[in-house]
Design a protein. Structure first.
Length: 93
């Protein structure tokens, strides 16, 4: 399983997630709702996490924005699991 690191951003409702074990995307993809989730394989599983409001995917990192009422302590483990699973599936192709 890939190791996922998170770091704060200037926006307290957003965290940046990265890994040295692969690429998240070949291009930059911004998804602001579940209606846009089909733009990237990470869209559906990330938006399925309660409290995820926005997903920004680049080759090197993914930034997740949460709703105002969501708690990072509840969201962060699920986001890391989705990202690690995604990178693990990419490396096995």
């Amino acid at each position: 399983m890939s190791s996922i690191q998170s770091e704060r951003t200037p926006n307290p409702n957003s965290l940046k997630f990265s890994s040295s074990n692969g690429r998240f995307s070949e291009a930059v993809v911004a998804m602001t709702s579940t209606d846009e989730a089909d733009q990237h394989p990470l869209g559906d599983p990330l938006f399925a996490i309660d409290g995820v409001a926005d997903v920004f995917v680049t080759p090197e990192f993914v930034t997740i924005s949460k709703t105002e009422t969501a708690d990072w302590n509840e969201i962060q483990p699920d986001v890391k699991a989705v990202l690690a699973d995604f990178l693990g599936s990419q490396s096995s192709d």
